[in-house]
Design a protein around this ligand. Sequence first.
Ligand code: GCU
Length: 399
Amino acid sequence: MKTFLFTCLSLFICIQLHAQNHEESNYDEAKVPTYTLPDVLKTRDNKTVSSKKVWEKNRRPEILALFEDHIYGQVPKSFEDIRFSVISETKNSMNGKSNRKEILIEVFNQGKSVRINLVLFIPNNATKPSPVFLLINNRGKENTDPSRKIISEFWPAEVLIDAGYAIAAFHVSDLAPDNKDEFMNGVMQLYPEQLKADNGMRAIGAWGWGASRVMDYFETESQIDIKRVALVGHSRGGKASLWAAAQDQRFAICITNCSGSTGAALARRQFGERVRRINTSFPHWFNANYKKYNDHEALLPVDQHMLISLIAPRPVYATNASEDLWADPKGTFLSLKNAEGVYGLFGLKSNLPEVAPGLNTPLIESPLAYHNREGKHDMTVYDWKQFIKFADFHFGMGR
Ligand code: GCU
């Protein structure tokens, strides 16, 4: 009898665990499993990393390769040609406050090309090259309307110009249409071998690659201070801003707004959107290998605190919104906290508290910064105003 009861109990526990493990999303803290994060400061052959030299030489490349192989895919570095053309220039846009440029960036490889349309506003009262915020726009193109007939909170260009920053944006569809049947009609055509590889580039990687091509353009633009480029992304765009900044060290600041699963939030918490769900709804975002981790987050060789760590010592600002549990605010804060050790190697101290701050309490004067805004999944003027303060602090704008 005892054995029978024991078997029944074990079976019951097994079924429960299985059911729990297969939930595609979770909003219940009680269901967050006990987890151990991979140690960002321990190499794969179990050596402790205690200097910035060893971090840069061994551990950073090792982690970068793990993210490439298991999640975001390779990032092709070479191409045959890149051309920049000024499509239009309006020196007195925004009532004379700003110079507006529309730039076409064309990249050529293997007989194919991709065209990235960049819109850029530069403050006219600048006496030296301007720091710039670059948005990876994953929402409608009207959000970054060059004519400013539509003024969207998602890209409040006037607010940035008034604060002394240039502001730029490109649309993700120029690089990879955000759709499982069409994402290959963009950058992927320049690198057809990527489609066949299990660790090949996919849409999020393509968007990040696009941000780097804009950086190539900024390097030729005398009105932009290339040492002070802040990359911004919201949600799926925020996953791309993290990956792009991790790859490309020319980005001086990374801002990731409500980026959630496979963005700034820890996967192992299995809170909000889980890996199976994101891979099922958006199979074109991440590489084929990532699908192996559906229901198996604990087997990932990395977690998202390591993605943030790759950006060190450059400042990272991650945000959430109170009604956006899908993006796991707590898991985002914990990601930042668990990256602190790497910033420490550079002598940088994070000012984040032990537990996440309350709503609308931005913690900005820190290389790892955070806020949780009251409200919905979105990027608002409130968020942007905090980004400006963050950049002011780190770029030493001394207002
Ligand atoms: C979906 C998706 C998220 C993503 C979001 C967005 O909700 O599940 O992972 O961040 O779209 O891009 O707005």
